[in-house]
Design a protein around this ligand. Structure first.
Ligand code: FES
Ligand code: FES
Length: 211
């Protein structure tokens, strides 16, 4: 099922300390957090009874510029494969039903809920995760903007927010305030950090323009 989030957004058919979170955003690597336990079990459970290999489906995924050849069960979500098979835990598990946006990745530059996307469905697309926004050891522009604007509290929603902003800016390099709010409408923040998140989106646009 596909759900449009204007402008230019496609999502579906898509006690952590602040310092601990920063390392997540910065390094784009795993953070096992209390918040991460929100819905980790459902995702992990997808692999609980793995089919015999003869019944698995071979797929090829293009993620952050690298090619991954995998055997998957047809029912596995892209979220499960990213986290549990490839170790790309920058993509977070939240509701697992297309409501919160914590699992947002880009597929062909469009934000997409990884929990609502089957891994087999993602073949042929260029997938970008939080890890793919890093420039070597340096933060990407959107990541840097979130740090500068202090655009998080617990930080659990932030990887998804960052990916949504990245997708927004790829479609709209100079977004209006309304476009920013619309572009982030598929990402919930239970801490209510929206004012800072919207500022970070504007700052990210400036950084991407070299300002
Ligand atoms: S975990 Fe995918 S939308 Fe909430
Ligand atoms: S910063 Fe806590 S959920 Fe958004």
């Amino acid at each position: 099922m596909t759900q449009k989030h204007e402008p230019g957004e496609c999502r579906c058919s898509r006690g952590l300390t602040r310092r601990g979170f920063l390392s997540t955003v910065g390094a784009g690597v795993a953070v096992a957090s209390a918040a991460g336990k929100l819905a980790a079990q459902p995702a992990a459970s997808q692999g609980a009874d793995v089919l015999p290999s003869a019944e698995m489906t071979p797929i090829t995924l293009n993620i952050n510029g690298r090619t991954h050849r995998l055997l998957v069960e047809p029912r596995w979500s892209l979220l499960f494969v990213l986290r549990e098979r490839l170790g790309l835990t920058g993509t977070k598990v939240g509701c697992e039903r297309g409501e919160c946006g914590a699992c947002t990745v880009l597929m062909d530059d469009l934000p997409r809920y990884a929990c609502m996307t089957l891994a087999v469905e993602a073949q042929g697309s260029e997938i970008t995760t939080l890890e793919g926004l890093m420039r070597g050891e340096e933060l990407g522009g959107v990541q840097q903007a979130f740090v500068e604007e202090d655009a998080f509290q617990c930080g659990y929603c932030t990887p998804g927010q960052i990916m949504a902003v990245e997708g927004l800016l790829r479609a709209h390099p100079e977004p209006s305030q309304e476009e920013i709010q619309m572009g982030l409408s598929g990402n919930l923040c239970r801490c209510g950090a929206y004012v800072h998140i919207f500022k970070a989106a504007g700052r990210a646009a400036q950084l991407k323009r070299g300002q």
